[in-house]
Ligand binder design. Sequence first.
Ligand code: ZN
Length: 242
Amino acid sequence: MPDRPTVVEVVPAASGLGMSDGVATVREEIVRVAQLLRARGLAIGTSGNVGARLADGRIAITPATMDYDDITADDIVIVEADGSPSEGHRQPSSELRIHVEIFGARPDVGGIVHSHSPYATAYAAARREVPAVHYVLALLVGPGRDTLRVAPYATFGTVELARSAVATLGSDNALLLANHGAIAVAGSLATALGRAERVEELAMLAWRAEHLGGATVLDAEELDRVRDQMDRFPGQRPAESF
Ligand SMILES: [Zn+2]
């Protein structure tokens, strides 16, 4: 496999948007992140979606069934915090409810990236949690946790799936959706994209390690130490500083 950094949450250079940015800026950021999903191999066709919380509490989200290559800022849909329509001439993503439920449950979250990235979705199809085959899992789960969890299956676009996702997410920063895909959350959209990439990377590594006889996994205590170490070397997690 290519030699590349695995610790750093790699994010676009111009990233850093948070909850206080203007609507027009957030619309542009969503388009950019959605197109990067495709460019980085995390999205096939129109699968996945990208959402951000606006400063006034409303939610900006990618439209339903539009090719990411064709999306412009004008196509981004704005809804109220409860998901009811606010601005925009498109239909919001069919997974709007997931965004509504997660933003409602997690005031620390400003950006959500949902993907059907291949390795992560393979684990989701097998309904297998991704174990700590690499210490970057420390970026994705909360203290005391050592696997990436899988939310129980529910039909796409339903309230049941949204509730299943938010219950499984808890205080983690990522999860898998059974027979569906993955979700990554963060304070900013750019960091959420970086975490979505880490999810895919972990699933890919877990898959490959299985073919070498199985990984020796890290436990929750070690992941706690990893987080402490990342705090000592903040340059190792630049995406966390936005
Ligand atoms: Zn989906």
